[in-house]
Design a binder for this molecule. Sequence first.
Ligand SMILES: Cc1cc2nc3c(=O)[nH]c(=O)nc-3n(C[C@H](O)[C@H](O)[C@H](O)COP(=O)(O)OP(=O)(O)OC[C@H]3O[C@@H](n4cnc5c(N)ncnc54)[C@H](O)[C@@H]3O)c2cc1C
Length: 343
Amino acid sequence: MKIAVVGIGVAGAFLMNQLSGFHDIHVKGFERMPEKEHDAVCAWATCDNIMKDYAKVCGLNFDDYILHDGKQMKVDVGEGIESGKYIKINLKGMISYDKLKLIQDMIKGTDITFEKSPNKKTLEQDFDVIIDSTGFHRHYLPKLKNELWIPCVQYKVKYQNVPFDDFYLKAFPSLSGYFWYFPLGNGYAHIGSGDFKRKQTHAFMDTFMKKYPCEILKKVGRPVRITPPSKCLPFTDGNKTIGVGESIGTVYALLGEGIIPSTICAQLFVDNLYDKEKYISEVLSTFKIYSNVYNFIRKSIDKKFNIIKDFVELLKIYNYMKSSEDRFGMEINMLNMMKLTKI
Ligand SMILES: Cc1cc2nc3c(=O)[nH]c(=O)nc-3n(C[C@H](O)[C@H](O)[C@H](O)COP(=O)(O)OP(=O)(O)OC[C@H]3O[C@@H](n4cnc5c(N)ncnc54)[C@H](O)[C@@H]3O)c2cc1C
């Protein structure tokens, strides 16, 4: 079987690594960026407890990529960090890591053409299966209607004196987004902001940088898909193309977190390589809760969330996260969730 993997982000890199080992498969990757400019646009935060296993199946040691090991995250819910009235979230596995280096090591020795976004017709002539792992772009799959995505900007920066020694978030009103400061070790950090309403993004970034001057090393901007898998159907074009990763909505919308979900999705694809229908049903069942999270966010940004009427929905999300503390790498606390819904 000849497989094309188009888009070499977390999902594409994992697929290249895993599928290249199958004896009856010829796999070829394509990435639109030139190899020297290939980047992993992302804040690089994830959970060690989960990623170490995925790195291990790829023959890599995740510890080699960790840049900062989180202990406690401060979440400013509106009163300013100086007020002392911020949420403290104890971390148990949340880290920042060199995402680009891990991708580069996962694809070592595999067959990838960079600086190429192949034409779909050519792909269909040359391959039996075309995997769309182009992330937000979903380039080879049918376009979706009524999509929800959050525009983001992010800077890689360097500080002489770091403003925080650990992860910091500032939540925007009505859960319309947040600002993040994620340490990358040795004075480096990713600072960024995503806001559905686009009002806070630049304003808060500017305020933060005036308060904590730094050297800007790189500026990027990209939206994150919030639409969950259940609303990203179809996952195929009805022919040879099938989506894996953010292209089919595997982002945990409450946190804008897509590294682990997209890797899980890629693993589901590998596990069900010869059964497309089973892959689709497993993605839908694995990421079922993402639809509840999406409904919650939709209501919050439309100012229609009502703590009494929607308590059951919130409880489902809480129970899921509470039972998955190791997966999220942080302690989950109902009081904190309630505080966040009130801002
Ligand atoms: C600013 C920002 C910060 C984020 N921070 C975090 C975080 O800290 N933690 C976390 O878990 N998630 C984070 N996310 C989300 C996470 O980065 C993504 O959900 C995840 O990387 C999706 O993985 P993927 O492999 O599906 O797609 P991507 O990682 O987006 O990879 C897609 C690849 O496809 C390539 N491509 C696109 N179009 C084409 C084409 N037509 N032809 C060929 N190649 C193409 C792209 O260049 C890219 O290399 C963040 C996202 C953004 C935008």
